[in-house]
Design a protein around this ligand. Structure first.
Ligand code: PLP
Length: 431
């Protein structure tokens, strides 16, 4: 291949792999092995001391997973990636790699519910405080920052609000203070390019659009390689002070010969080693299969969702439709600044009939699946008020945007006429 910068459609098929050196196999093999024969005691010693990078044990690295990591890093424009067992593990590691007990991070309030729980409860119990701020006001991140702030965190296109996060504005505030911005780009792979807007780290639940077929849980952390961890060394002690768990290594220094990968190297060699949330090679293969068609799929998801949003907005009994294509003012400007090639496959809408109408709509669906997932090739729907958000107070409903009649759709790749027909008949059943 030439050195010319390749397009996403090409990287999705080629990055990180050509053919199996042993057999010539073109499709990435599933290296279903736990361990790897060392060539000699010297080879083993070099691998353990990180003088040479290579395979030791599948909990910390595997050739099939490595292809996935290289491919996703290339697609994102990052320096290197670490694949893990789930999106949840990716979010947790992304923070734990920088923040320790007594530290804090500042996060957007608009988060996936699982991330919210992780931040508000589990990380708090581990001594890491998460300060939640309104993403509409980028300066709120600056105001919540103190000497123990280790990272900012946000989702590009959080549901249910589906308002795009002001990535560049918050990344710039962080860079001045030495605080890296971590962005969960799960809902907008390829559509949004957070690293190009100043984010330092990108995380994904690959369970969703990247895998794309609803078969395999997985997650990935991508190191942008664009953040100077040594510029404000007091901000990132995990990377700038000797690590007792790894022969006193100072990661920002130790990683230098390997490239701008101090952050992701520590995540692998310390967190994945110690906490063990490893992806399985089989799931890595499944996710790689998904990646090959991601550029095609994400475009079609977006087209179909835009058509659904338009139809719903003209449907009696639907009081509100949420999709970036329908936004106006600052929100639309942001959507158009940060998303290109489509507005994503998620659509929210509200039924005038409230909780009962929401339930009747879901029960009336024939083509859409009723599941707690997004980003499948198939169309999916859920009524949060009777499932994920059933315990919310009226105030929490206002804050999250999830009312009794709210329905979330993840629009799939079926023919748009079939998608609209199913929605129409279920809406009629809900009236
Ligand atoms: N981030 C976002 C935006 C999600 O939607 C999800 C899952 O729904 C996650 C993270 C967690 O990913 P996983 O379910 O793969 O652990």
């Amino acid at each position: 291949m030439s050195d010319r910068k390749l397009h996403p459609e090409t990287l999705a098929l080629h990055a990180g792999w050509r053919a199996d050196p042993a057999t010539g196999a073109v499709a990435p093999p599933i290296y279903q092995t736990t361990s790897y024969q060392f060539e000699s005691t010297q080879h083993a010693a070099d691998l353990f001391a990180l003088r040479q990078l290579g395979n030791i044990y599948t909990r910390i690295g595997n050739p099939t997973i490595d292809i996935l990591e290289q491919r996703l890093a290339a697609l994102e424009g990052g320096a290197a990636a670490l694949a893990v067992a789930s999106g949840q593990a990716a979010s947790a590691f992304a923070i734990q790699n920088l923040a320790r007990a007594g530290d804090n991070i500042v996060s957007s309030t608009d988060l996936y519910g699982g991330t919210w729980n992780l931040f508000a409860n589990t990380l708090r119990d581990q001594g890491i405080e998460v300060r939640f701020v309104d993403p509409e006001d980028p300066q709120a991140f600056a105001r919540a920052t103190d000497a123990r702030t280790r990272a900012y965190y946000a989702e590009t296109l959080p549901n249910p609000k589906l308002t795009v996060f002001p990535i560049a504005e918050v990344a710039e505030i962080g860079r001045k203070a030495g605080v890296p911005l971590i962005v969960d780009n799960t809902a907008a792979p390829l559509l949004a390019r957070p690293l190009e807007h100043g984010a330092a780290i990108v995380v994904y639940s690959t369970t969703k659009y990247i895998g794309g077929h609803g078969t395999s849980i997985g997650g990935v952390i991508i190191d942008g390689g664009n953040f100077d961890w040594t510029a404000h060394p007091e901000r990132s002690p995990t990377l700038n002070t000797p690590d007792a768990s790894y022969h006193g290594a100072v990661w920002a220094e130790a990683a230098k010969p390997l490239g701008p990968i101090a952050y992701i190297l520590r995540a692998r060699t310390v967190l994945l080693r110690d906490l063990g949330a490893a992806l399985s090679p089989f799931n890595a293969f499944q996710i790689l299969q998904g990646v090959e068609t991601l550029p095609l799929r994400i475009t079609r998801h977006s087209e179909n969702a835009t058509a659904v949003a338009k139809t719903l907005s003209q449907t009696p009994g639907v009081t509100r439709v949420i999709h970036p294509s329908l936004q106006t003012g600052v929100q639309r400007e942001r959507a158009d600044r940060y998303l290109s090639g489509g507005y994503g496959g998620l659509v929210g809408f509200e039924l005038a009939g409230g909780r009962e109408a929401g339930r009747a709509f879901i029960d009336g669906l024939k083509l859409f699946y009723h599941v707690a997932n997004i980003g499948d090739a198939r169309s999916l729907a859920i009524h949060p008020a009777s499932t994920t958000h059933s315990q919310l107070s009226a105030e929490e409903q206002r804050a999250t945007g999830v009312s009794d009649g709210y329905v979330r759709l993840s629009i799939g790749l079926e023919h748009i006429d079939d998608i609209l027909a199913d929605l129409t008949q279920a809406l009629a059943a809900a009236r």
